[in-house]
Design a protein around this ligand. Sequence first.
Ligand code: BJW
Length: 232
Amino acid sequence: MPEYKRIVILSGAGLSAESGLSTFRDKDGIWAKHKIEDVATPEAFARDPERVLEFYNTRRKGAAGVKPNAAHEALARLEREHPGDVLTVTQNIDPLHEMAGTQRLIHMHGEILKKLCNHCGAREPWENDLSTVLACGTCEKKGGLRPDVVWFGEMPYQMEEISRALGACDLFLSIGTSGTVYPAAGFVMEARNAGAHTVELNLEPSEGASMFAQAVHGPATKVVPAFVDGLL
Ligand code: BJW
């Protein structure tokens, strides 16, 4: 394999599936049990904050004790051992990349282990349940605390930094994502326009599979370590 100088990795829920966390759009995924418009929009939070907070309280508890798998470990090893730049951009709100040791990491859809105050914008680590009666530690107002996650209609985090990295990368890897949610689903085109080699590593061909120059299909814990071995 050629020696790549600047690698951008985009990860999605499929990467954490073998750690025991549900994906969204698979047959038994999260959106088969909950409607997006009930739990993952700012309008849902405004209408019924207790319901939205309960949805995330349950997911926060479900993520406790979950461990990174062989694919997270391999990506952390790639960052450590590759002589060029490696930036990991994850759509996942779980902490499994950082638990595996990845350091250059952007959580573009936020983090379940942080809270955000809708009143003052304060963001802080938070591992407990959230409720509408809790007051923000910064502005002291009640009723505005929510998980620090990006809902539909909200702007994902650090988009300028991501765009800069995509515009300069020579290898783009998309791992465990269905390629249905924008802007992440458009990253492959940005990387292609920059002249990068583009690879999809996913259980099955994603919606955007035809946009990639190369595809490797199979469970992340098998295909990601093997691909990283090839790169190193
Ligand atoms: C495995 C595996 C194994 C399984 N190994 N693989 C019309 C056209 C274009 C865009 C839009 C549109 N209408 C609206 C939009 C924008 C909208 C959007 O994209 N909608 C589409 C659905 C059409 N996007 C937004 O609103 C975004 N913001 C935005 O665009 O801002 C711009 C803006 C804002 C305001 C004004 C003006 C402009 C925000 C999107 C936020 C997404 N949020 C969520 C929830 C986060 C919190 C939470 O976790 O609850 O993010 S939704 C959910 O989907 C979550 C995920 O990060 C995201 C992506 O899902 P992912 O990771 O791809 O999971 P799955 O389940 O879909 O796929 C898993 C894959 O893994 C599958 O392919 C499996 O096969 C595979 N797999 N096991 C390997 N073992």
